[in-house]
Design a protein around this ligand. Structure first.
Ligand SMILES: *Cc1c(COP(=O)(O)O)cnc(C)c1O
Length: 403
């Protein structure tokens, strides 16, 4: 969920200020004037060294580090194959190409999602059909999908909303029954679980993001994970111009290799510099999720009793990584006013998840009451690895006071 992706990339100044405000103890006198960002990637010296090592190796485009990263990431989510790409947006595009979705088809998507989910349908010439979500998780359900399903429905892109998994077992079974492809938009879900297993395990295909707004980052970057080996071969080819032999494999060969271009592909490759960073980030993922869940538990402790505020929580069938910690405000509050007043107190909260159907790029009428309610009345509170308890208390105190 990156309704407001700018929260991910703090300006140098802001970043300095918040770092000072962090665990170092060197709290500046005007600490409260330093914005508490909504999100900050957890990057350190190790990532810098790994990136430098990739540069020094002389191989900076897609190469051995990408191969290692995609395999390690697939193993982490319990999939047989990983295909690293340039972003989750391009991952979604390739997933629909591979599923054979094309002009004239309809792809059911939640309107309540970052706009890339809906755009993916248009990239293959299909029409996105917007389905509503349930209020508690912000996710599609079998019923909301069924309500907009037609004879032209070819695929569903279901989003694990802000890290909160959708009811994976139910949606997979329903889509299989309808004969409709299910693409899992797991952009925000690295480290979330379903029935005790990582989100994405057993997916026909899941798409991931490593944008800094998500839990782990490679700068820009994404991946597809899946169990079908033949489909993985095709996806690898599609990300690299449709080439029969990858550039990395051609380079390794002692003899000249003449590649062929088997179909119209794309340049959606990740670089080895990004993958080097990703390998370090992946090793930290469990610790990052643990810290996020610890901070989320503190939010719950302090907000659960507050009237008119409903914080996001784990669904019955799984756990969220709390990529986004959103709260749904009672309708008597003006969410934008709450945001403005949090900003005055030095807190950079964000509006909740956007609704694609009301953006100018789509602007289609749709009857989506829960989507409209969530997008109008929810806001995302600061939550990131290095958020201090003191800053978090300031967020809770400010919010409860102003409500
Ligand atoms: C962030 C996000 C995307 C896009 O990811 P990129 O890697 O930035 O392309 C797609 N879907 C959802 C649900 C997202 O939150």
């Amino acid at each position: 969920m990156s309704a407001q992706r700018d929260g991910a990339a703090p300006s140098g100044l802001r970043s300095e200020a918040t770092r000072e405000d962090g665990a170092s103890g060197r709290r500046p006198a005007l600490a409260r004037e330093a914005l508490i960002p909504v999100m900050r990637p957890f990057l350190g010296e190790e990532e810098a060294l790994a990136a430098a090592e990739a540069v020094r190796s002389g191989w900076v485009a897609q190469g051995p580090r990408v191969a290692r990263f995609e395999q390690e990431f697939a193993t982490y989510v319990g999939a047989s194959h990983g295909v690293a790409v340039s972003s989750c947006t391009t991952a979604l595009h390739l997933a629909l190409v591979a599923a054979g979705v094309s002009a004239g088809d309809e792809v059911i998507v939640p309107s309540l999602s970052f706009i890339a989910t809906a755009n993916a349908a248009r990239y293959v010439g299909a029409t996105p059909a917007f389905a509503d979500v349930e209020l508690a998780t912000g996710n599609l359900t079998v019923d909301t999908i069924d309500a907009v399903r037609t004879s032209r429905t070819r695929a569903v892109i279901a989003v694990h909303q802000g890290g909160v998994p959708f009811d994976t077992g139910a949606l997979r079974a329903a889509c299989a029954g309808w004969g409709v492809a299910l693409v899992e938009d797991a952009a925000c879900a690295a480290g979330s679980t379903v029935d005790g297993k990582p989100a994405g395990t057993g997916a026909a295909v899941a798409a991931w993001s490593f944008h800094p707004r998500k839990v782990i980052t490679t700068g820009e970057g994404g991946a597809l994970t899946l169990d079908d080996g033949e489909a993985a071969v095709r996806l690898r080819r599609l990300r690299e111009h449709g080439m029969s032999v990858s550039a990395a494999d051609r380079h390794k060969s002692a003899q000249p290799v003449l590649e062929q271009y088997l179909e119209t592909g794309f340049n959606y490759r990740m670089t080895d510099v990004q993958a080097a960073i990703g390998l370090v980030q992946l090793a930290k993922l469990d610790a990052m999720v643990a810290r996020r869940r610890e901070l989320a538990a503190r939010y719950h402790e302090r907000l659960d009793g507050v009237e008119g505020v409903v914080p996001v929580r784990d669904p019955a069938y799984g756990t969220t990584n709390y990529q986004s910690f959103w709260v749904l405000l009672d309708q008597r509050y003006d969410r934008n006013d709450v945001l403005a007043r949090l900003a005055e107190a030095g807190i950079s909260a964000r509006r909740g998840i956007m609704a694609a159907h009301s953006e100018p790029a789509y602007a289609v009428p749709a009857d989506l009451p829960n989507t409209e309610r969530i997008t109008r009345d929810s806001l995302i509170l600061p939550l990131f690895h290095e958020l201090t308890e003191t800053d978090q208390d300031h967020v809770v105190d400010t919010l409860t006071k102003l409500l």
